[in-house]
Design a protein. Structure first.
Length: 361
């Protein structure tokens, strides 16, 4: 009996192959972004002068996690430890899976009904059961170095989730399976807090013949201040494109930036030294916002499903590559349409319009 299409797909594409492919790529993904820009230049969609004036902004790349409430985190820690002990054959006194599932459900219902004393009672129940599982696992793996090494990180994450408080200062854990997730507040009314990693995006300031292209993209783990990253971002963009940046336009989040040539950086709302072409280009700074929106809606910047900090970095760069390739394809479609219209006009005896792709202007 021949294998089905789904079985063939599982044979051809496996998770191990994708992991090995990511490891082989390493830090070479920026070469793929540079290649997309080269293709855009060779097709005429991007001109060398478009690389000299850029717009820089940051956004949040959310991780594929649920909103981290206390009940959800405690329940996820209990489930994660139970999966791990089943995988390695550790026998627990009690798993507390059914109790934890019901307690998490009731905690959400009590919180929705604003019955906070009952809500806190369910949280105490989850914390006590998680503590019992942690202590039981430590007793069972004591003196077994191979299991102690396997359980060290999961037990540390579970202990952190059990001990952290809602309004505590310092580092907090927002996901049991993705400990690299950070809480970032960008001041949005619709999303006061986003959970993922900050990403820096560099685009052309003016509209190139093929539209606005992404010249550089990078994840910024640790939620650094925007102004402290501007110097390295401009340097990396120049290295990637091979073209020196004459002027960079940023928003007010970059005030106090540290760059080698601060006079070539213009901040939104700046008055000194802003006139003529610089004033017109500064008004175009906000044109980067719809580009970021397209990268989130059309690409995968809106939700990262790849694992770890390396997955965050890969997802940002591949989303930028996808955006550039979509612009190139749109440019080639318009070019083909103009050629076909010109051929149809010449065949029908109508003079071709002396504008667009078939002329020098």
């Amino acid at each position: 009996m021949p294998p089905t299409s789904s079985a063939l797909l599982k044979i051809i594409i496996s998770l191990s192959d994708l992991s090995h492919w990511r490891k082989r790529l390493g830090d070479k993904l920026e070469l793929l972004l540079a290649e997309s820009l080269r293709v855009a230049h060779d097709t005429g969609a991007l001109r060398p002068r478009d690389l000299k004036r850029v717009t820089v902004d940051t956004t949040v790349q959310p991780k594929a996690i649920t909103f981290p409430t206390d009940a959800k985190l405690l329940h996820a820690a209990i489930e994660g430890l139970n999966r791990l002990v089943r995988k390695h054959g550790v026998q627990l006194r009690q798993s507390y899976r059914r109790i934890a599932e019901r307690a998490a459900m009731m905690a959400a219902r009590y919180a929705h009904a604003k019955q906070f004393k009952r809500h806190q009672r369910q949280l105490r129940l989850l914390k006590s059961r998680l503590g019992r599982i942690i202590r039981d696992i430590r007793r069972k793996i004591e003196g077994r170095p191979e299991l102690e090494a396997v359980f060290e990180a999961p037990l540390a994450r579970a202990s952190q989730i059990r001990s952290q408080q809602q309004r505590q200062r310092g580092w907090k854990l927002y996901s049991f399976h993705a400990p690299e997730v950070e809480c970032i507040g960008k001041g949005k009314a619709s999303a006061p807090y986003e959970f993922g990693v900050k990403a820096s995006i560099v685009t052309t300031n003016g509209r190139a013949p093929g539209g606005q292209f992404v010249l550089h993209a990078r994840s910024l783990p640790g939620n650094p201040y925007d102004g402290h990253t501007l110097g390295s971002i401009i340097e990396a963009t120049e290295k990637l494109t091979g073209c020196a940046i004459e002027r960079a336009y940023v928003d007010k989040g970059y005030r106090g930036h540290t760059t080698e040539r601060p006079r070539r950086v213009f901040i939104s709302g700046q008055k000194r030294g802003v006139f003529g072409a610089i004033e017109r280009e500064l008004r175009r700074r906000s044109a980067i916002e719809p580009i970021i929106g397209h990268m989130k809606s059309d690409g995968h910047l809106g939700r990262c499903h790849l694992k770890g900090r390396d997955g965050d970095a890969i997802n940002v760069i591949l989303t930028a590559v996808g955006h550039n390739l979509r612009r190139v394809l749109a440019w080639l479609r318009d070019l083909l349409a103009s050629i076909l219209i010109a051929l149809w006009r010449s065949a029908a005896g109508h003079p071709a319009r002396q504008t667009g792709f078939l002329t020098d202007d």
